[in-house]
Design a protein around this ligand. Sequence first.
Ligand code: IDP
Ligand code: MG
Length: 140
Amino acid sequence: MKEKTLSIIKPDAVAKGAIGQIIDCFTENGLKIAALKMIHMSQREAEGFYAVHKERPFFGSLTEFMISGPAVVMVLCGENAIKKNRELMGATNPAEAAEGTLRKRFATDIEKNAVHGSDAPETARTEISYFFPELEIVNA
Ligand code: IDP
Ligand code: MG
């Protein structure tokens, strides 16, 4: 099934100069880019994006990290894009991420873990519309 998912190259990976390698990984694995922009999130935007985690002990530190520098937000599109993106990303904790995954290659730690990917169709819809109006998404 053709799907869309939201991907974020987080500030740590942008700072490491890994934008190109991460995008290559997506496109070499059959995902297409339907929207892409570089943003520097405000505190409010980061807190809104991660609102589901607001009761977690790491919420303050996570949102601080997400506003620490620019990030790249993208809509990826393709067959089973949500699951495929999560597989390419690897486990949340890079210490547990499989060899060759983006988090294994580029993450610093469980918080500064290089990339975000939506985890289900409903969250993909909400997260995409959080950053992109319909008009900014092409038919990839
Ligand atoms: P996911 O990004 O793999 O879906 P989630 O559990 O949804 O993982 O957590 C969202 C983000 O919160 C993670 O990507 C990571 O940046 C951060 N995070 C998750 N667990 C921890 C933790 O135990 N300590 C610090 N940060 C965490
Ligand atoms: Mg998640």
